[in-house]
Ligand binder design. Structure first.
Ligand SMILES: Nc1ncnc2c1ncn2[C@@H]1O[C@H](COP(=O)(O)OP(=O)(O)OP(=O)(O)O)[C@@H](O)[C@H]1O
Ligand SMILES: [Mg+2]
Length: 312
C-alpha cells in the first residue's frame, strides 16, 4: 500500500534547541497512527510543520506522492488539523465556529450548512449549537475544536493531544469518534502522551523523544520486540502430576510457576511454543480451562528504551 503522507528527514531548531532531528515516517490510508511521546518530544512541532503553520529547516513532506510545497491548496482541503491549543472563537456560536472553519476550506451554500450540522452532531453538540463556547466545559470546547477540523471531511485528520485535561465522558466520546472516523474511511495521526489511549485506539505507534523516533510498530510488535518476554497464564483443573522440568525442556520457556490452579509460564517472545506447552499439559492428563497470553505493557517498553517513565 502506498502512503498517504510521507515525512522525510524533518528537522527544526529553535535557537539553541534542536526540536526535531531529521525524523522520517509514513502514514498509510486507514490507519490510526499514534505519535506517543513525553512533554517536549517534538509532537506539536511536527504537526505545526504538517499544517504549514511552521516551516521546517530541512526535510520534505509528500501528500500522495507529491511534495506539499507544490500543492498547498489540495493539501489544505485534504487535511484537518485539531491543534493542541484550542482554535475556536469564544464569542460566536458553536455553529458559527464550524461554519467559519469549513468555509475556509471552500465549502459554501447547502453543502456548508449540511456538513456543519453533521460535524456538530458527530461531536455531540447539536443541542448546544447556538451557544457560545465561552459557556462550554473544557471537554465541550475540545469537541467543538474537532468539529471545526472535520466538517470539510478531510482524508487525513491530525489531532494534537485532543483529550488533555478533560472529563472521562468527553474523552470516551472523542476516542469513539476517532474510531468512527476511521470506519468512515479517514486516516488519523493522533498525538498523545497517554499510554491508555494508545492501547485503546492505535493501529500503529511511533514513539518520539527528544526530537527523534526511537521506536515504531503495532502495540503488539513493540511489546514483543522490546520486552522480549511473554507471559502465558493458564488456568488448569489441577497442577499435581505436572513435571516442570519437562516444561523447561520446551524451547523458549524461561520460568514456570504454579499457584493453585494457575500456571504462569514466562517465555521468550518470538518463539512459537504454545502448541508444545498445550500438548505437554494434555499428555499429563491436565485440562486447560482458560488461557491468556500477554506481552509487556507499553509503559515498560517505553521505560526500557528511554530509561525513564513516560510521565517523569
Ligand atoms: N516556538 C518555539 N520557540 C522555542 N522553542 C520551542 C518552540 N516550540 C517548541 N519549542 C521547543 O521544542 C521542543 C519540542 O516542543 P513540542 O511542542 O513540539 O513538544 P510536544 O511533544 O508537543 O510536547 P507536549 O506534550 O508538551 O505538547 C520543546 O523543547 C519546546 O520547548
Ligand atoms: Mg505538544
Amino acid at each position: 500500500m502506498k502512503p498517504i503522507l510521507e515525512v522525510n528527514g524533518l528537522s527544526k531548531r529553535f535557537k539553541a534547541h534542536q526540536a526535531l532531528k531529521g525524523i522520517s515516517f509514513a502514514v498509510y490510508p486507514g490507519e490510526i497512527l499514534c505519535f506517543l511521546g513525553p512533554n517536549g518530544a517534538g509532537k506539536s512541532t511536527t504537526i505545526h510543520i504538517l499544517s504549514t503553520a511552521l516551516q521546517a529547516d530541512a526535510g520534505e513532506i509528500r501528500f500522495r506522492g507529491t511534495p506539499v510545497a507544490q500543492e498547498t491548496n489540495g493539501l489544505k482541503r485534504s487535511i484537518g488539523i485539531v491543534p493542541q491549543d484550542l482554535a475556536i472563537y469564544e464569542e460566536i456560536s458553536a455553529e458559527q465556529n464550524v461554519r467559519f472553519f469549513a468555509s475556509l476550506y471552500g465549502l459554501k451554500g447547502k453543502e456548508l450548512q449540511e456538513r456543519t450540522e453533521e460535524a456538530l452532531a458527530f461531536v455531540g453538540l447539536s443541542d448546544r449549537k447556538d451557544d457560545k463556547p465561552k459557556t462550554f466545559s473544557g471537554g465541550m470546547k475540545r469537541r467543538l475544536n474537532i468539529a471545526c477540523a472535520i466538517a470539510h471531511q478531510p482524508e487525513v485528520i491530525i489531532m494534537d493531544e485532543p483529550t488533555v485535561g478533560i472529563d472521562p465522558q468527553s474523552r470516551n466520546h472523542i476516542l469513539d469518534s476517532i474510531r468512527q472516523l476511521r470506519e468512515q474511511g479517514a486516516t488519523i495521526l493522533y498525538t498523545t502522551h497517554y499510554m491508555e489511549e494508545v492501547e485503546e485506539i492505535s493501529t500503529r505507534i511511533i514513539i518520539i523523544d527528544h526530537g527523534e523516533i526511537i521506536a515504531s510498530g503495532t502495540k503488539e510488535e513493540l511489546k514483543d520486540r522490546l520486552a522480549g518476554e511473554k507471559l502465558y497464564e493458564i488456568v488448569v483443573d489441577r497442577t499435581e502430576g505436572l513435571n516442570p522440568d519437562e516444561l523447561y525442556g520446551i524451547s523458549g520457556v524461561k520460568q514456570v510457576r504454579a499457584v493453585d490452579n494457575l500456571l504462569r509460564i514466562m517465555t521468550v517472545s518470538g518463539i512459537d511454543n504454545l502448541d508444545q506447552i498445550i500438548v505437554h499439559l494434555m499428555q499429563s492428563g491436565i485440562k486447560i480451562q482458560h488461557l491468556t497470553s500477554s506481552a509487556a505493557s507499553l509503559e515498560s517498553v517505553f521505560l526500557q528504551i528511554t530509561g525513564r517513565k513516560l510521565r517523569d
